[in-house]
Design a protein. Structure first.
Length: 189
């Protein structure tokens, strides 16, 4: 596992830079960031629903479950329309989805860091990103009514810290690869 991560340290750094940029944008303009996230999600749900309906209608013959797929497409359109007319409700739901995502990805990072602890020094950077993600998700779930705008600001803080941690971890990986060039070489299983 360390070979794959180490060989791709540049992509880890790139993810960190993107997170820092997104975090700064969100901190300095949380309203537009939150509204953009909500509207992009609404547009996606609407277009996905339309595409699902077109696909179902065009290919329904011989398909025993086409009605359920049609209902799924209609649901996508309804969610898209609701998003555009009631973005505050969508923002609250989006905050809860972000919380769930943060917890799941945080746990996976902690597990990866535990597995890497015998193979690389500095795995605590990865564990730190995981712990921050779990903490962030728990806070969002505990206080979803605190206001989506305030949460957008804290999303920016979280993503900024996460990005810095990813960049630090990437450079730790880079040093590891340069110290032991053969360690990151592809080894067939």
């Amino acid at each position: 596992m360390i070979d794959v991560i180490a060989r791709n340290w540049g992509w880890v750094a790139f993810r960190g830079v993107l997170a820092v940029l997104f975090g700064l944008l969100t901190i300095f303009d949380p309203a537009i960031t939150l509204l953009t996230l909500v509207l992009v999600y609404g547009a996606y749900a609407f277009v996905d629903g339309v595409a699902a309906i077109i696909s179902v209608i065009a290919n329904r013959r011989g398909q025993p479950h086409w009605v359920s797929m049609l209902v799924g497409g209609i649901a996508g359109i309804v969610v898209g329309v609701i998003t555009f007319f009631m973005p505050a409700i969508t923002a609250t739901v989006l905050v809860l989805l972000i919380a769930a995502w943060a917890i799941v990805t945080g746990v996976t990072r902690i597990v990866a860091a535990v597995r890497l602890r015998k193979e690389i020094k500095g795995e605590w950077f990865l564990m730190l990103t995981g712990a921050l993600a779990v903490l962030f998700g728990a806070i969002l779930i505990a206080r979803p009514g605190a206001g989506a705008l305030a949460l957008a600001f804290w999303i920016g803080i979280y993503v900024l810290v996460l990005g810095v941690a990813w960049i630090a971890f990437a450079f730790r990986l880079r040093r590891w690869v340069h110290r032991d060039p053969g360690a990151a070489a592809f080894r067939p299983a």
